[in-house]
Design a protein around this ligand. Sequence first.
Ligand SMILES: Cc1cc2nc3c(=O)[nH]c(=O)nc-3n(C[C@H](O)[C@H](O)[C@H](O)COP(=O)(O)OP(=O)(O)OC[C@H]3O[C@@H](n4cnc5c(N)ncnc54)[C@H](O)[C@@H]3O)c2cc1C
Length: 463
Amino acid sequence: MNYVIIGSSAAAIGAIEAIRSLDQKSAITVVSREQEEYIYSRPLIAHYIARRTSDDEMLYRPPDFFVQNNVEYKPGVTVTGIDTVAGQLITDKGFLAYDRLLITTGSKITNPAIKGEDLQGVYSFQTYAQARSIRQKLKEGTKAVVIGAGLIGLRAAYGLEEGGAQVTIIELLPRILNRVLDVNGSAMIKKVLQEGGIKVYTGCSVAEMTGENGVLTGIILDNGEKLEAEIAIIATGVTPDLDALKNSDIKINNGIVVNKHFQTNYADIFAAGDVAETYDISRNRSMVNANWPNAYEQGHLAGLNLAGRMIPYEGSLGMNSVSFFGVPVVSLGLFDPHSDGVDDAEIKERLIPQHNIYQKIVFRDNKLKGAIFIGDLAYCGAIKDLIKSQTLVGIIKDSILEEKYQFSAFLRKKRYKDLEGRFIDWPQTHSSGQRYEKSFNEESWTERERDKRNWQKNGEGVK
Ligand SMILES: Cc1cc2nc3c(=O)[nH]c(=O)nc-3n(C[C@H](O)[C@H](O)[C@H](O)COP(=O)(O)OP(=O)(O)OC[C@H]3O[C@@H](n4cnc5c(N)ncnc54)[C@H](O)[C@@H]3O)c2cc1C
């Protein structure tokens, strides 16, 4: 078998490790546009510009990872097309044949054309190479402007601020982080950023970037206001990188359409990570859920499927996790049902603005569908697991945010039930071939709760 992978990031690494766990002999070739000979951790580039991460710590796997795994790595190669009939890639360095292909081309930045964008000092924020250049330029008091207040823009802004810059954020929409938080959450984080010394302009855009001798000196806003700038980062959006698929008939929607085995409409071509559209557990439809853990997990499963062990993917969950000035922020799944066009969701909230605490959980059909945690991450991990497993939680809805005994007891019981389920051994003749999953039964939970209260009343304590 001749495996070929396009891309050399989280999903590709997951796939290589999975293929090699099943097949040590077949050829694996990885082609990537990256210039580096080694694999770095993309989420760390914001920490890198802030000098909180060293070059060594940027490595996601040891430098000899490809050698150790007997992989032929071809960096600096751009795939420009896929010949699905001949089974070969068309690249800027020639053709490359495959038996099974995995596409992990991730996301690309979609920056609008702004006058002056080619000035020295203007960056987008996606690669280690860009981060190295920004870090070199960044000094105490450097004036920096970040255009776009999505997750990548704010990570860049915070990294610049930590690295000593005076930072201004420009956002076209009336609020920041509009795909990561709801209105309450956005307002709270805008306040946190401003109190930390970052200027945030919402509802305005950049008309032009100005410079002298080809070097950036300033920004002119659409309202005519002028800002000094030595560094500008344009981070106005990302989209799945489908450039390699040009002129092929591999099915795409927003991302590459795949089945639960990560196969595209061609049985020998698979896709995973930020470029693939997978089943979203909380929204019950397919979508691109772009984050590092999803990309690795999808790549790993895709690798197993590529190597012939057909294991279905249960689905992805939208997750964002970041921290600004000591205030942690997490959002999960369907955290803002109205903006998703869902109007039958039930919401429970806990908002303490003076302490920068905001917690929100979203239910639908007695299941948890999404959540926001700002300032207090208590039970965040448990909530994430309950969303992923789509456990019935109707009976404990009211106790979750209040962290009452019932919720802890529920989690403990659920863990026992999950463990019990894992060890049940079904006779072969009765097996449906499906993995056994013991679901949590709400009625029996109600019974147990009633019993427990009765025991407490009788002074017998809780078992
Ligand atoms: C600044 C920043 C901060 C982030 N922070 C976080 C975070 O804190 N937590 C989190 O979970 N996620 C974070 N993310 C998102 C996370 O990095 C991505 O979800 C993850 O990298 C996706 O992995 P991937 O393997 O699917 O694709 P990518 O990491 O996007 O890699 C795609 C690969 O394909 C290659 N490629 C693309 N097109 C071609 C082509 N035509 N020919 C050859 N090669 C090609 C690229 O060079 C690259 O190697 C962040 C992203 C950025 C940019």
